[in-house]
Design a protein around this ligand. Structure first.
Ligand code: AMP
Ligand code: ZN
Ligand code: FE
Ligand code: FE
Length: 289
């Protein structure tokens, strides 16, 4: 039997990964993956260079990870990430919302870096944004890299733990998309949606099962069950929930190059689940090398 290895959540330099989109495809091929999704934060800029780099027979699922906010089931709101796949990248509502989020992320990066500089930390917002270039999606990992370059932290993880995580004093929030709007927008553009790392350790508070059930009614297609930040009991709970709600179950690495210690293909998706996702989409094709 041919083993098909599928990783549906990766980041390139189009957002906060460290491999360029073409390089990421090569890294995936070298790791023995047959199917890879590119899911940069709030951008589709990496789709074309990644597709052009596909070796023969390898498949690319074009995607994005959308920054959203969601009901927390207790009258408040909680931050969630929504993986969107196979949607029309030219749908005007998506183009406009991604542009708004990328602009806001730049303003936010500047606010974080300026606040650090005012406290005497060796970071410079202009330098970070220059390195990033005009099109890439800005994120906290870019500030973390600056802290590493300055020798203040040994690793990106350390920079998050000491300075950038929520509650660390330098955290600046964003105005993210209501997740139900994002699901509708992606569905209307022929795409499918998967709730990313819903029970990720270290990113509490998380979205409760009752709210995931509501999202399923609003058109959510799947749940990311196997993720490096999910403990075994979280995976069991999510697998059972997805089964109850008739949702697709995915597994993925959330690879970010050297910004994280995770290996590409460290978590994978079953071929039947991948096929179920593709079968529900009409917006953009799976690219085949
Ligand atoms: P932002 O999009 O600016 O809110 O930053 C979130 C990004 O930082 C996500 O891609 C996370 O995967 C990444 N991230 C969050 N916590 C850490 C950490 N402790 N170490 C490395 N990357 C992290
Ligand atoms: Zn990221
Ligand atoms: Fe995420
Ligand atoms: Fe991610």
């Amino acid at each position: 039997m041919v083993v098909v290895r599928i990783d549906l959540h990766t980041h390139s330099t189009a957002s906060d990964g460290t491999d360029g989109p073409a390089e990421l495809v090569s890294v995936a091929a070298a790791a023995g993956l047959d199917v890879i999704a590119l899911t940069d934060h709030d951008t589709t800029a990496g789709w074309r260079p990644a597709a052009e780099a596909l070796p023969s027979g390898m498949r690319l699922v074009p995607g994005a990870e959308l920054s959203c906010e969601c009901a927390d089931g207790e009258g408040g709101r909680v931050s969630v990430h929504l993986l969107a796949y196979l949607f029309d990248p030219e749908a005007p509502a998506i183009v406009a919302e991604q542009r708004r989020l990328r602009d806001e992320r730049r303003t936010r990066l500047r606010a974080i870096a300026d606040r650090m500089a005012a406290d005497g930390l060796p970071v410079d917002a202009d330098e970070i944004l220059d390195r990033l270039g005009p099109d890439a999606t800005a994120g906290r990992p870019h500030v973390a890299q600056a802290l590493v370059r300055a020798g203040l932290c040994a690793t990106v993880d350390e920079a998050f733990a000491g300075y950038l995580a929520g509650g660390r004093g330098y955290y600046v929030p964003r105005t993210d998309t209501p997740v139900t709007d994002a699901i509708e927008m992606i569905s209307a553009a022929g795409g499918v949606t998967v709730l990313a790392h819903p029970f990720a350790f270290g990113r509490r508070p998380t979205v409760p099962p009752e709210v995931i059930a509501e999202l399923a009614q609003r058109g959510l297609t799947g749940i990311e069950v196997d993720h490096p930040n999910h403990e075994p009991d979280a995976r069991d709970e999510l697998r059972a929930l997805a089964k109850d709600l008739g949702l697709v179950r995915t597994g993925s690495s959330d690879y970010h190059g050297t910004n994280k210690t995770i290996r590409i293909g460290q978590e994978t998706t079953a071929v039947e689940e991948f096929e179920a996702l593709v079968a529900q989409s009409t917006g953009a094709p799976v690219e085949v090398g």
